[in-house]
Design a protein around this ligand. Structure first.
Ligand code: HSE
Length: 300
C-alpha cells in the first residue's frame, strides 16, 4: 500500500501567458513516496534534496496541504506517511512547489483507488501553490498534473484545456545559481496594464496557441514576446538581456523568463539547436561568474 510518483518541472507563463500558460518537461522533477498508515495521521517522514529548507509540518508543506484538503473533501480518515525527494532547485522558476503538490495529491488519490479524476485534483494542488507563494495560480500545477501545454482559460470558474505541441519543439532551461522568491516577484508587478500593451499581449497569446497547434515554428517565435511582466521582472535576473540575445543568436525561436524566474527558458526547433542554445546561454552567465544548471527537454 505504497506508491512512488514523479512530478515534472514546469515552465509557467511561457513568455506572453502570465498565469494562463504552462508546460511540462521530462526533467527535472520531484519524487514523492506515499504509504498508507493504520491511523488518520499525515506525517512527512523525510525530505531530501532541500538543504533542510522545507518544513516537516504537514499543515505548512506544499506536498501535504493539498492532501489534507483532498482528504477532507472526500471525507476520508485515512492517514499517510510521505517521503519527498526534491530533485530540482527551490525558488528557481521551475515550478518546484507545484511538482510536490501535484505528486502528493496524485499519489493519495491513486492509493485510494482514484475516487476523483486526475483533472479534478487541480484545485487541491493549487492550494499547495497558495501556501508556497500566497497565490493559487494554476499555470505550474496544471501542466505538472496533466502533462503537455495547458491553457488556463478562466480562474473563476476554473476552466483549463491542453493543446497539442509540435513534436520537434524543444525547451532549453537554464537556472542561474540565484534565488528569486515568487511572492516578491509577484509583488513588484503593476496592477494595471495599458490598452496598448494589452492589445499587443493578446495578439501574442493568440499567435502562440495557433503556432503550437499548427506547428508553425516561426509564428511561435514571433509570439514569444511579453510586454507586461518581463520588462519588470528581468531586473531581478542579472544578464537577462545578454542571455536572451545569446539564445536567439544561437538559433532559438525565442527566450523569456521561466515562471517567476530566475530560470530562463528558450524554445528551439530540434534538439541539436536546443543544445547549442543551452551552451550559449550558460556561457553568457558564466562570463560574469554565475554558475548554472541546465536542462534540454521535449514538452511532455
Ligand atoms: N504565473 C506565476 C508567476 C508562475 O509568474 O508568478 C510562478 O509560480
Amino acid at each position: 500500500d505504497s506508491i512512488n510518483v514523479f512530478a515534472p518541472a514546469t515552465v509557467a507563463n511561457v513568455a506572453c501567458g502570465f498565469d494562463i500558460f504552462g508546460l511540462a518537461v521530462d526533467n527535472p522533477g520531484d519524487e514523492v513516496i506515499v504509504r498508507k498508515r493504520n491511523d488518520d495521521k499525515i506525517i512527512i517522514e523525510k525530505i531530501t534534496g532541500d538543504d533542510g529548507k522545507l518544513t516537516l509540518d504537514p499543515t505548512k508543506n506544499t506536498v501535504s496541504v493539498p492532501i489534507i484538503k483532498y482528504l477532507s473533501q472526500i471525507d476520508s480518515k485515512q492517514g499517510f506517511d510521505i517521503v519527498l525527494n526534491k530533485k530540482m532547485p527551490l525558488g528557481s522558476g521551475l515550478g518546484s512547489s507545484s511538482a510536490s503538490s501535484v505528486a502528493g495529491v496524485f499519489a493519495v488519490n491513486k492509493l485510494l483507488n482514484s475516487p476523483l479524476e486526475t483533472k479534478e485534483l487541480l484545485p487541491f494542488a493549487m492550494e499547495g501553490e497558495r501556501i508556497a507563494c500566497g497565490s493559487a495560480h494554476a499555470d505550474n500545477v496544471a501542466p505538472a498534473l496533466l502533462g503537455g501545454f495547458v491553457v488556463i482559460r478562466s480562474y473563476a470558474p476554473l476552466d483549463f484545456f491542453q493543446i497539442p505541441t509540435p513534436e520537434n519543439l524543444f525547451v532549453t532551461i537554464v537556472h542561474p545559481d540565484i534565488e528569486v522568491n515568487t511572492k516578491d516577484a509577484r509583488h513588484i508587478l503593476k496592477n494595471e496594464v495599458s490598452m496598448k500593451k494589452a492589445i499587443s499581449q493578446m495578439g501574442n497569446v493568440g499567435g502562440m496557441i495557433a503556432g503550437l497547434m499548427s506547428s508553425d515554428y516561426s509564428l511561435i517565435g514571433r509570439s514569444m514576446v511579453d510586454f507586461i511582466i518581463e520588462p519588470i521582472r528581468s531586473i531581478l535576473i542579472p544578464q537577462f538581456f545578454e542571455v536572451k540575445m545569446a539564445a536567439t543568436d544561437a538559433g532559438a525561436l525565442g527566450c523569456s523568463i521561466s515562471g517567476a524566474g530566475p530560470s530562463i527558458f528558450a524554445f528551439s526547433e530540434g534538439k541539436e539547436t536546443a543544445e547549442k542554445v543551452e551552451k550559449a546561454m550558460k556561457q553568457q552567465f558564466e562570463k560574469v561568474g554565475i554558475h548554472t544548471n541546465s536542462y534540454v527537454s521535449a514538452i511532455n
